[in-house]
Design a protein around this ligand. Sequence first.
Ligand code: NAD
Length: 253
Amino acid sequence: MILRSFGLDGKVAIVSGCNTGLGQGMAVALAQAGADIIGVNYGSADDTPELIEKAGRRFHNITADLSQPCVISDVVAEARRTFGRIDILVNNAGIIRREDAIEFSESDWDDVLNINLKSVFLMSQAVARVYNEQESGGKIINIASMLSYQGGIRVPSYTASKSAVMGLTRALANEWASSNINVNAIAPGYMATNNTAALRADDVREKAIRERIPANRWGTPEDVGGSAVFLASPAADYINGFTLAVDGGWLAR
Ligand code: NAD
């Protein structure tokens, strides 16, 4: 009986940046749990539509650059029109720029903050308005990071953005919990995706990071699927403003 409250049958989820990496892993997991998926991607969704259809659910791709605030209202309107409603938003799209803080450029600051933080707020606000119009409540899952807790090295705008995502998650949760909107976050540890390709290509950094992970391996897109399904499901209806680490024990160390 309890397992039924983890199901997402009939739900519609928006997942930004789901053509690859963690976004793809979460989109597939949400579909396997029963949700239809709206992807928001720079371009094509690559092999994600095939994977969603294999899970027996529908997929629709919206092409957009989410770092441009002017696109957000159209994206959310199209998402709502496509399958008739929205129940879940996963704010996954994000980028990282690496450079010594002393050399860090204003554009590397703005580019990262625009997609990793500003678009998270604007997408959340637009989708929460839909939840209110539907009188349905709904779920919002933000993607934080180990750098929501720690400083990192050579990634000042990324750390600033992901630390702010954890704070924003709490702030929105406080305001919207009484409207049955659950705002939570997942903080992935060190995961093998494009985001960490540069780190993994550097043998010294790769080894240093892996040896510090108690699980002794980098995470995978599949590793975040279960947490996404849980936070998107009725089983998490009384969880508000929490950031769940999926990190192989990194923070416990
Ligand atoms: P990734 O680079 O494989 O995926 C990022 C996704 O975001 C891609 O689909 C990309 O197209 C999309 N995206 C970026 N900018 C966009 C824009 N302006 N408009 C639309 N889409 C855009 O990396 P990933 O590791 O899968 O990253 C997913 C999320 O997880 C990011 O928010 C990232 O910061 C976060 N994260 C990753 C790790 C890790 O170790 N890989 C750890 C913690 C958090």
